[in-house]
Design a protein around this ligand. Structure first.
Ligand code: AMP
Ligand code: TRP
Length: 329
C-alpha cells in the first residue's frame, strides 16, 4: 500500500476549459501528482444537472480528458476517469443522500446561484453536492484541490462523512479542501466581481485553453481596467488590474511585486500587450499536446485503464458502507 496521501478532484466537461480552470485547478492537479496519490475525474454526470445537447456533451467529455492530459497529467502516475464509467459513484450517492439533509442542500450557494430565477430546476442540481461527496469519499480522499467556489461542497462532504461514520462506524476518511492562495479565483475579463466562467454570455469575458493567439490578444486588450493608469495590485480599489496581475504572475511565474516593478511608469496598454504574449506562451504547449493526443486516440485507452484501477478502490469503500448500513451483501 502506498503511504502517500490521496488526492481527488473533478472537473465538469465544459469542453474548451478556461484559463480560470487552468490556473485555479489544473496547475495544482499537475503539481500534486509529484507528491500524492491522485485520482482525477471528468464529472460527466454532474454536467447533466443542466440541459445539454447529447452530441455536444460527448465531444466535451473527450476534449476535457484530453486537455487534462495535455496540461501535464501523467496517465502512468494518476488515475484519470470519466465519472459515469465507475458505477459505484451513483450507488454511493444514493446511500449518502439518505444521510444528507434537505436543509443542507438548500443552503448551498452554488444551488442558490444556479437555480435563481429559473422556473424549473432539476432534482439533480439540488442533490449535486451528494454526488460530489460520493466522488470524494469513495477513494478515501485526504485532500481535494478546488477553486474557492467549491470549498462549501467539500465542507458538506466532510459533514456527511462524519455523520455517516458516527451513525454506522468508521468507513470514510474526512477530506480537507486544498485551495491555492494566488489564483484561487480568476475573475472575468469584463467584470472583475464575477469569476471567469465559460457559462458567461460574453465570450470576451474568458480565455479558453484552445483560443488562438489572435483571440487571446483581442480578449486581453479589451479587458476592462480601473481608473488611473498605474499597474498596481490593489484588489479593493483596482480589482480589474489586480486580476490581470494575478493571471500574469500565475502564467509567467514571477511575484506580483516584481511584475509591478517591471511596469512602473508604464501604462495599462504595454502591460496588457505583454500579458497577451505571456498567456499565449503558456497555452501554446498545451494546445500542441492536445492536438497530438486527440490524433493518437490515446484518451479512450487512458480512461479505460483509469476506470479499471478506480473500481478496485471504489468497490472496497462501497462494500464497507453497504455492510455497515445493514444491507445484505
Ligand atoms: P468547473 O469548470 O466549474 O467544473 O470547475 C473546475 C475547477 O476549476 C474547480 O476546482 C473550480 O473551482 C475551478 N475554477 C473554475 N473557474 C475558476 C476560476 N475562474 N478561477 C479559479 N478556479 C476556477
Ligand atoms: N463541483 C465541482 C466543480 O464544479 C466538480 C466536482 C465534482 C468535484 N465532483 C468533485 C470537484 C469532487 C472536486 C471533487 O468544480
Amino acid at each position: 500500500m502506498s503511504q502517500k496521501k490521496r488526492v481527488f478532484s473533478g472537473i465538469q466537461p465544459s469542453g474548451a476549459l478556461t484559463l480560470g480552470n487552468y490556473l485555479g485547478a489544473m496547475k495544482q492537479w499537475v503539481a500534486l501528482q509529484e507528491t500524492h496519490d491522485c485520482v482525477y475525474c471528468v464529472v460527466d454526470l454532474h454536467a447533466l444537472t443542466v440541459p445539454s445537447d447529447p452530441d455536444d456533451l460527448k465531444k466535451r467529455i473527450f476534449d476535457t480528458a484530453a486537455l487534462l492530459i495535455a496540461s501535464g497529467l501523467d496517465p502512468d502516475r494518476v488515475i484519470l476517469i470519466i465519472q459515469s464509467h465507475v458505477h459505484e459513484h451513483c450507488e454511493l450517492a444514493w446511500l449518502l443522500s439518505c444521510t444528507a439533509t434537505y436543509g443542507e442542500m438548500g443552503r448551498m450557494t452554488q444551488f442558490k446561484e444556479k437555480s435563481e430565477g429559473k422556473e424549473s430546476v432539476s432534482l439533480g442540481l439540488f442533490t449535486y453536492p451528494v454526488l460530489m461527496a460520493a466522488d470524494i469519499l469513495l477513494y478515501q480522499t485526504d485532500l481535494v484541490p478546488v477553486g474557492a467556489d467549491q470549498k462549501q461542497h467539500v465542507e458538506i462532504t466532510r459533514d456527511i462523512a462524519d455523520r455517516f461514520n458516527r451513525r454506522y462506524g468508521p468507513v470514510f476518511t474526512l477530506p480537507e479542501p486544498f485551495i491555492p492562495e494566488a489564483g484561487a479565483r480568476i475573475m472575468s475579463l469584463d467584470d472583475p466581481t464575477k469569476k471567469m466562467s465559460k457559462s458567461n454570455q460574453n465570450p470576451n469575458s474568458y480565455v479558453t485553453l484552445l483560443d488562438t493567439p489572435a483571440a487571446i490578444r483581442k480578449k486581453i486588450l479589451s479587458a476592462v481596467t480601473d481608473s488611473g493608469r498605474e499597474v498596481r495590485y490593489d484588489p479593493e480599489n483596482k480589482a480589474a488590474v489586480s486580476n490581470l496581475l494575478t493571471i500574469y504572475s500565475r502564467c509567467a511565474g514571477g511575484s506580483i511585486e516584481d511584475i509591478e516593478g517591471m511596469y512602473a511608469g508604464k501604462g495599462y496598454a504595454d502591460f496588457k500587450k505583454d500579458l497577451a504574449a505571456v498567456v499565449t506562451d503558456t497555452l501554446r504547449p498545451v494546445q500542441q499536446r492536445f492536438e497530438d493526443i486527440c490524433a493518437s486516440g490515446e484518451v479512450a485507452r487512458v480512461v479505460k485503464d483509469g476506470a479499471d484501477k478506480a473500481r478496485e478502490i471504489a468497490r472496497v469503500t462501497l462494500g464497507a458502507a453497504k455492510e455497515r448500513i445493514g444491507l445484505v451483501i
